[in-house]
Ligand binder design. Structure first.
Ligand code: 3PG
Length: 410
C-alpha cells in the first residue's frame, strides 16, 4: 500500500490545508492515518495502476503527526477547486468519506487551518461586529436580544408586538426562531412588514433595533426569498447553516443585492458536534461561517446555558469570531439557548464585551411580561458592563430582581 506518511515534515503552511482528527480504531494508528490520507486524496483501499508517483507527490495528503488518538493530515492546496468548489468541495475532502470507513470506528474533525490562497477565495462578513454596532448605535456594550417565543404559533401582529415590547424594554436584537419560516399562521411577508413597522416605531422613539427574519429554505429559493424579505423591510436575515449549508450563507453574504446583516443559526449542529469522539467540532464550523460571510453566529453559551458545551470549547469559537483572520471583518459571537438574566454576569466575565447575548424563555417567561423581561436582560448586561454584581444591581432594579427570584443566579 502506498505510504502517505510524512511524520515530522516541515511543510510550507501556505501551501496546505491542515486538519486535526481524533481517531478511534482497532488498527495501528499509522495504518489508520495512512488509509484516511489515501482515501481523501490520491488513493483508495488498494493500490491503483493509474496513480503515479508524481500524482501522489503533488496531490497526496500527508500524515504529519500522530499523537495518541490525534492525527494531523495536510492536504495540498492544489487538491481544492479553484473558485467554484467552495465549502462543499472543501468538506468533501477534509470531512468526506473518511467518516464512513469501516475500519475507523469513530472520527472527529477537531480543527482546520486554511492557507491564504484558500481564504482569499472568500470575502468574510460584510457587517461583522463593527457593522452591527454601528447600525445599532451600540459602541461597546454587549448586544442583548431575544428569540420570539413561542417559537411557533404567534401570528404576524403578535410577533410584531413582541418585538416592539422587547425594544421598548431596551433590547438591541430580536429574531425569528429556527423553526419559523412561512407557516400558515404567520406568513413571512405579513410578519416582515409588521416587524418592520414595529422597528420603525422604535426608531422614531429613539431606539435602534434589528430583527432577523428566518429565510432558511431550499437552495434554489433562498436568494429570491432573501431579496423579497429585504424589500418588505427586513433589517437582518437569519439562515440555519447546518440545514441550509455553508454555500447558502456564502450566497447570501456575497450577493450584491443583499444589503443587510446575516445572523447564522446552527440548529442541528449537535448531530455533528456533540459526540466528543465523532463528527465535526464547532471550531471548523465557526471558521467556515466567518469565511462565508456570516455577520453573527451562535457559538454556545459558554457552559452556562441550556445547550451542551463548555466554556473552553465555546471560547475557542468566540476567539475565532474575533481574531485576526485573513483581514476578514470580525463576526459577532452569539450566546443563545437557555439564557436568563442571572447568568449574564458569569457569561460576560468569560466572553468580554464583544458578544450578543439573547434569551427567548428568559424574556417571555419573565413574570412581568416581555417588556419587563427585556428590561431585566438589559439591566443584567448593564450590571456586567459596569462590573456590579447582579444581586446588588437588582436592589435598585425591580425587573432584574423579579428575574433573579424566578430563575436564580448562576
Ligand atoms: C435559540 O434560537 O437560540 C433558542 O430558540 C433559544 O431559546 P431559549 O432562550 O428559550 O432557550
Amino acid at each position: 500500500m502506498t505510504s502517505y506518511m510524512h511524520i515530522g515534515e516541515d511543510i510550507d503552511k501556505d501551501a496546505f490545508v491542515i486538519c486535526d482528527y481524533r481517531v478511534t480504531t482497532n488498527l495501528p494508528m499509522d495504518k489508520a492515518a495512512n488509509s484516511i490520507a489515501a482515501e481523501q486524496s490520491t488513493g483508495t483501499w488498494t493500490d491503483l495502476t493509474t496513480t503515479t508517483e508524481k500524482i501522489i507527490d503533488l496531490y497526496g495528503a500527508r500524515v504529519l503527526n500522530i499523537d495518541k488518538d490525534m492525527v494531523r493530515i495536510a492536504y495540498p492546496a492544489d487538491d481544492f477547486s479553484i473558485d467554484i468548489g467552495g465549502v462543499p468541495q472543501i468538506l468533501s475532502i477534509i470531512a468526506g468519506n473518511l467518516f464512513g470507513l469501516e475500519s475507523i470506528h469513530k472520527l472527529r474533525l477537531e480543527d482546520v487551518s486554511f492557507p491564504k490562497c484558500i481564504m482569499d477565495m472568500f470575502k468574510g462578513p460584510k457587517f461583522g461586529v463593527s457593522g452591527l454596532r454601528k447600525e445599532l448605535d451600540r459602541p461597546d456594550k454587549p448586544l442583548v436580544g431575544t428569540i420570539v417565543k413561542p417559537k411557533i404559533g404567534l401570528p404576524p401582529k403578535e410577533t410584531a408586538e413582541y418585538v416592539y415590547e422587547s425594544g421598548a424594554g431596551g433590547l438591541t436584537n430580536s429574531k425569528d426562531d429556527e423553526t419559523l419560516v412561512n407557516q400558515k399562521f404567520c406568513p413571512i411577508e405579513d410578519r416582515t412588514v409588521a416587524v418592520a413597522e414595529a422597528l420603525d416605531r422604535l426608531k422614531s422613539e429613539g431606539h435602534s433595533m434589528m430583527h432577523a427574519i428566518n429565510v432558511s429554505t431550499n437552495g434554489d429559493k433562498i436568494l429570491e426569498l432573501a431579496e423579497k424579505v429585504q424589500s418588505w423591510g427586513a433589517k437582518e436575515l437569519m439562515v440555519d447553516v447546518i440545514t441550509c449549508g455553508f454555500a447558502a450563507v456564502q450566497a447570501l453574504a456575497e450577493d450584491p443585492s443583499i444589503k443587510v446583516p446575516i445572523h447564522v443559526h446552527r440548529t442541528m449542529h449537535g448531530a455533528l458536534t456533540r459526540d466528543p469522539l465523532h463528527g465535526i467540532a464547532m471550531l471548523p464550523v465557526t471558521k467556515l461561517v466567518r469565511m462565508c460571510g456570516g455577520d453573527a453566529l451562535h457559538i454556545g453559551t459558554l457552559g452556562v446555558g441550556k445547550m451542551s458545551g463548555n466554556s473552553v470549547h465555546d471560547m475557542q469559537n468566540l476567539t475565532w469570531c474575533l481574531n485576526d483572520m485573513n483581514g476578514f471583518r470580525t463576526m459577532m459571537p452569539v450566546c443563545s439557548g437557555g439564557v436568563y438574566p442571572g447568568m449574564i454576569g458569569k457569561m460576560v466575565e468569560i466572553s468580554g464585551m464583544d458578544v450578543q447575548i439573547q434569551a427567548g424563555g428568559g424574556v417571555a417567561g419573565h413574570p412581568g411580561g416581555v417588556r419587563k423581561g427585556a428590561m431585566a436582560m438589559c439591566q443584567a448586561v448593564d450590571a456586567a458592563y459596569e462590573g456590579i454584581e447582579a444581586q446588588t444591581y437588582a436592589e435598585t432594579h425591580p425587573e432584574l430582581k423579579a428575574a433573579l427570584s424566578k430563575w436564580g443566579l448562576k
